[in-house]
Each structure stands twice: as C-alpha cells, then as structure tokens.
Ligand binder design. Structure first.
Ligand SMILES: [Zn+2]
Length: 332
C-alpha cells in the first residue's frame, strides 16, 4: 500500500483494487486498457485512427473505449484513479496536441481537457515515448535499480524518454527534445524526413530500413529484413547490422549528455530484431561512449513489448507524481 497524489492536491491510499485507464494513440490505431498497479491488463479495446481522423472523431472513440473500461472496473469493484494518454505528438504548454505528423487533423485539440470534462476523471497527457519510458521504469523492473533510465524507442520513427530519480524528465514540448535526430552518419548518404541528413532515424528506423532495402531492390518490412538477416541473407544482414551499430553510436551521444545508468531499447523495430540487435547496439555504444560516464551502465531490451504504450499511459496516473507533472497535465 502506498500513498499517491490523486487529482489536484488530494492524497489517497492506493490499494491493490486501484487501476488506471491507459490510452495509447498511434498512427494506425488507438488502444484503451484498464491496468492495475502490477501492470496487469484487465480490459483492452482498440479502434482505428489514421491520417484522416479528426480530433472530434478521435475523442469520441477514446471516450467510448474509456467508458467500456469503466464498466469493467465497476463490475469488479475496482477504483479508477484517472486516465493517462500517450500521444504521438509534441504537446504545447496547455496540453494541446501540436505537431502530430501522423495525425494532422488532431493538431490543436485539447485532448486532456475534453476527456477530463467528459469522463469526470483526472487526465494526464504526455508524449507517447515519454509515457512508454514511465511504464518501462515502473513495470519493467527498473524502480530501485536505476536512477537515470533512458528508453530509446526504435520503431517506425525513433524517440526517447528519460526517467530521473523516479520522475519523467521533460524538456521542450513535453518531450526529451527529438533524439531520433542526433547525427550518426555525417557522410551525406542518409537523408532524413526532418530535412536533415545522417540522423539516427534516417539509418535505424522502420521507415529508413524499408527505404534502404527498396534502393537495393528488396521489398520488405523491417520484420522481414531482420528475419532474412537471421537466415543469412547478406544484404539484409548488412542493413540490420548498420541499423544496430547506428543505434549504438546515437546512444553514445545521448549518454554524453544524459548519463543514463540503464538504457532500455524498445519500439517495434528493436524488439522485433531482439537480442542480436541489442548486442550489436551495446557494442557500438561501448566503443563510442565516454568511458567514465558509461562505466557501470547497461543496455537492455525493454520488457513491456507490444503493451508498452497502454502500460506507460496508465503508469502516468498510477505512479508519476502529478503535482510535479509540469504544464502538460490537463486539469479541469
Ligand atoms: Zn532527422
């Protein structure tokens, strides 16, 4: 039993019968789950999103999912402490969505304020990778063993979130900057979607892997590229190794700034590629990182897997001290 701040200034005893609703909004679908303090998913539902979805339609489907989760909680006599939302976006200081490149028609929507009004529960909105970092820290076994945990999510894009002394670290826009765009290849051969060249995301992300494969005449998803690499295909092996090594080089730069003691590799691409990817990335990181900053640190695979998004969003409510949550927490 622990005490947590729930809502504006109220402290309540949190028992095992407490849960939170975790909402993970992605470019293709939005998932809504009821998650308890041990990270067990008691209920889950999903609805499609996509480039064309408007803020109004997204909110309607999130509200529907949350109400279904609340019905499950009521039946099982579980208290719902609030709703955490991970958005694939920057957030402005009022908690509005700003710069959601995969959901352009959701930009400007005050997701937190509207959900809070409609559901009558405390709502916390964060960048999706920040939320995933929170979930990895609390549900991935890092609490008590890590003071500075960096989650690097290598998926369709590349993002990162950081937990310092148990608290989510935010810089601008509710995020840890945009670490997918640290430079790992200054040769000029890796154009990035940001308009730059040589970014980590332009070498190691899912979209970059597919683009590099396409240039070699290979039509394959990142998962297929790693599977072919495992079965010895030389071109796919080169692509997979290059992505893992670039990830390690990028991590060395991030280590010099942030000095994490634990680096968790998450995201669909890294988790699909698994242990060989982690090993190669860790080797490149070790070779390039400042020794006295990286001594004793380790690179591990994130544990939360496909559930990372909803677990992280729920962890924002269950564990992140909401009074210190900065300007991005929506308040009624
Ligand atoms: Zn870039």
């Amino acid at each position: 039993v622990a005490y947590h701040v729930i809502g504006a200034g109220r402290t309540e005893k949190v028992s095992q019968k407490t849960a939170a609703i975790g909402i993970d909004v992605g470019g293709a679908s939005a998932r809504v789950a009821l998650v308890d303090l041990r990270g067990r998913i008691l209920f889950q539902t999903a609805s499609p999103t996509g480039l064309g979805i408007t803020g109004r339609r997204l909110l309607a489907s999130l509200e529907r999912g949350a109400r279904a989760a609340l019905r499950t909680a009521a039946k099982r006599d579980i208290r719902v402490a609030g709703v955490g939302v991970g958005m694939p976006a920057f957030l402005d200081e009022s908690g509005r969505v700003a710069g959601a490149s995969n959901l352009p028609r959701v930009n400007g929507t005050p997701v937190g304020r509207i959900l809070e009004e409609r559901l009558g529960l405390a709502v916390c909105v964060e960048n999706d990778v920040s939320a995933a970092a929170c979930g990895e820290y609390h549900f991935g076994g890092h609490r008590g063993s890590s003071r500075r945990m960096l989650l690097l999510a290598v998926g369709t894009g590349v993002g990162a979130g950081m937990i310092v002394d148990g608290r989510l670290m935010r810089l601008s826009h509710g995020c840890l900057g945009d670490p997918g765009h640290v430079i790992v290849d200054p040769s000029g051969a890796s154009p990035c979607r940001c308009g730059g060249n040589g970014c980590l995301e332009a070498v190691a992300s899912g979209w970059a892997l597919m683009e590099q494969a396409r240039r070699l005449g290979i039509k394959a998803t990142p998962g297929q590229i790693f599977r072919r690499a495992r079965s010895g295909d030389p071109a796919c092996t080169r692509l997979a190794r290059r992505a893992a090594a670039a990830t390690g080089v990028g991590l060395a730069s991030l280590s010099a700034l942030l000095e994490p003691d634990t680096i968790a590799l998450g995201g669909g691409v890294a988790l699909e590629a698994g242990e060989p990817f982690r090993r190669l990335a860790a080797r490149a990181w070790r070779a390039h990182a400042v020794p006295f900053l990286s001594r004793g640190a380790r690179v591990v695979l994130a544990r939360a897997g496909a559930e990372a998004g909803v677990l992280g969003a729920a962890a924002l409510i269950l564990f992140e001290n909401q009074e210190s949550a900065g300007p991005y927490r929506a308040r009624a």
